[in-house]
Design a protein around this ligand. Structure first.
Ligand code: ASP
Length: 536
């Protein structure tokens, strides 16, 4: 599943407080919204209708439904569920229908049944306005038990809290929940809209690139696949980066792919070893062009039951993001910016401050927690102090502290990060290189080694490479990096210099790409939405 979309879906779909019925209806609606035509939901299968579609307009119709038994009330009613919604079924009570009654009353919850009968109006006073099918019910004539359900490890109902481990162990049961159904359908709908936007409206070509590949220097660790030839291995690609650049050399001009990527980095909440990204590359484009494309793409594919996106998204230089938010992926839904107050303490006699300021690049920084005194308890202050001490030597300390304070305030009931807000932000003007974590004397690419230097800094590449800014841009949503890309180096000599002299990589591994750049490679750039984080 696209990590970034799954996360976005998580953020987009906050149905916990709505009733199950309303959510089922919105999951169903999202399917209809995805295309101009209402899809045929019962073609080719053993039902005439879906449970969720029946309304007063179907009164009198003979229908056959298939679904799972969600509830049963006093052996008189049962509620049947399918992917589209819920419908009430009246269990016949007369002697002649004893066998039907037996099936419907004895089948355990979550058993799969097929029922046939007539759509009738609910008696006066028994209509349920909260249920999209609440005006009608099914008077059953025949019923078939298609498969019985054993005792479940947890109830499917969404309000039942279950642990992540249990959910993963029984993922197929978890998928029956409203939330999961909604997420997967929303993802599918968004991807369809994205394809529509890219291919039909803007002439992009969907190209599948290989997944058995060779090692790419730099970047994440790659998965290695043994081959049948002793000592020879394949690598799974971290992304289709090289392929998409080669497609530009091949004159494809506008490429995209819903691409599977693999990074052997272990799992974290926002990272998975395999994930999907919307991968894009264009020839003859600049940074503004890529950014406008992505804004248009997201606006076009944005779920129509959410507030429309306002574009262009704001933009922030990397240096400002770091100074004011302590991170290159700021959550701009709330303030509490980091302020440098070193100047106020230049002549201080407070020992530890003097000490800090006397160090090279030593600073004193503060975060103002408005009404902190009112909301934060003594133990909160203590935990902030401990957090600061535990993370003291990380430079991203202030950014983490800002988020920690936000968590504490929210735990005390202050709403800082509106869950309904989607705060997109472009972070730009990244450095081209960063000191390597394990050896700060050496440099590594901040994005990847194919990223072009900022035109105004290109002269510094040969003298002070660490000062060069790049044409790399990241898209951030509510504090998560959901995409990133760059304008690429299309000059073979420059690419060779970066790989060989600056990054000290083995250029032989990329000789094919260097050679391709020599054969009339057009200027090009691109982006991938997904990265290792959110939406997909
Ligand atoms: N291949 C890059 C990545 O996956 C994205 C890009 O530069 O287009 O991070």
């Amino acid at each position: 599943m696209f990590c970034w979309l799954s996360r976005l879906c998580g953020e987009l779909s906050t149905p916990t407080r709505r009733t199950t019925q309303l959510i089922w209806s919105s999951a169903a609606r999202s399917m209809v919204l995805s295309s101009q035509r209402i899809p045929e939901l019962s073609s080719f299968v053993a039902r005439t209708n879906t449970c969720g579609e029946l309304r007063s307009s179907h009164l009198g119709q003979e229908v056959t439904l298939c679904g799972w038994i969600q509830f049963r009330r006093q052996n008189i009613f049962l509620v049947l569920r399918d992917f589209h919604g819920l419908v009430q079924v009246v269990i016949p009570q007369d002697e002649s229908a004893a066998s039907v009654k037996k099936i419907l009353c004895e089948a355990p919850m979550e058993s799969v049944v097929q029922v046939s009968g007539t759509v009738i109006s609910r008696p006066p006073g028994q209509k349920n306005p909260k249920m999209p099918t609440g005006e009608i019910e099914i008077k059953v004539k025949t019923a078939k038990l298609l498969n019985s359900c054993k005792k479940l490890p947890f109830e499917i109902k969404d309000f039942m809290k279950k642990t992540e481990t249990l959910r993963l162990q029984y993922r197929y049961l978890d998928l029956r929940s409203v939330q999961m159904q909604y997420n997967l359908r929303l993802r599918s709908q968004m991807v369809m809209k994205m394809r529509e936007y890219l291919c039909n409206l803007h002439g992009f070509v969907d190209v599948e690139t290989p997944t058995l590949f060779k090692r790419t220097p730099g970047g994440a660790k790659e998965f290695v696949i043994p081959s049948r030839e002793p000592g020879k291995f394949y690598s799974l690609p971290q992304s289709p980066q090289q392929f998409k650049q080669l497609l530009m050399v091949g004159g494809l001009d506008r490429y995209f792919q819903v691409a599977r990527c693999y990074r052997d980095e272990g799992s974290r909440p926002d990272r998975q070893p395999e994930f999907t990204q919307i991968d894009i590359e264009m020839s003859f484009v600049d940074q503004t062009g890529v950014q406008s494309l992505i804004e248009g793409l997201l606006q076009y594919s944005w779920p129509s039951d959410k507030d429309p996106l306002v574009v262009p998204f704001p933009s922030m230089p990397f240096a400002e993001a770091l100074a004011s938010y302590g991170t290159d992926k700021p959550d701009t839904r709330f303030g509490m910016k980091i302020v440098d107050i070193s100047d106020m303490f230049r002549n201080t006699e407070v020992g530890f401050l003097q000490d800090a300021l006397s160090k090279p690049q030593g600073t004193v920084k503060a975060i103002c927690i408005r009404k902190g005194a009112k909301y934060l308890k003594r133990k909160d202050i203590e935990s902030i102090r401990k957090f600061a001490a535990d993370h003291f030597n990380e430079c991203s300390l202030m950014g983490k502290l800002r988020l920690e304070c936000a968590d504490l305030l929210e735990a005390r009931g202050v709403v800082l990060r509106d869950p309904a807000l989607f705060s997109f932000l472009w972070v730009v003007d990244f450095p081209l290189f960063l000191p390597k974590e394990e050896n700060p004397q050496e440099l590594e690419s901040a994005h990847h080694p194919f990223t072009a230097p900022h035109p105004s800094d290109i002269h510094l590449l040969y003298t002070e490479p660490h000062k060069v800014r790049s044409q790399h841009y990241d898209l951030v949503l509510n504090g998560n990096e959901i995409g990133g890309g760059s304008i690429r180096i299309h000059n073979s000599e420059l690419q060779h210099y970066v790989l060989d002299t600056v990054l000290k990589e083995d250029v032989k591994l990329l000789s094919h790409l260097l050679q391709a750049l020599d054969y009339g490679a057009p200027p090009h750039g691109g982006i991938a939405l997904g990265k290792q984080s959110i939406l997909f």
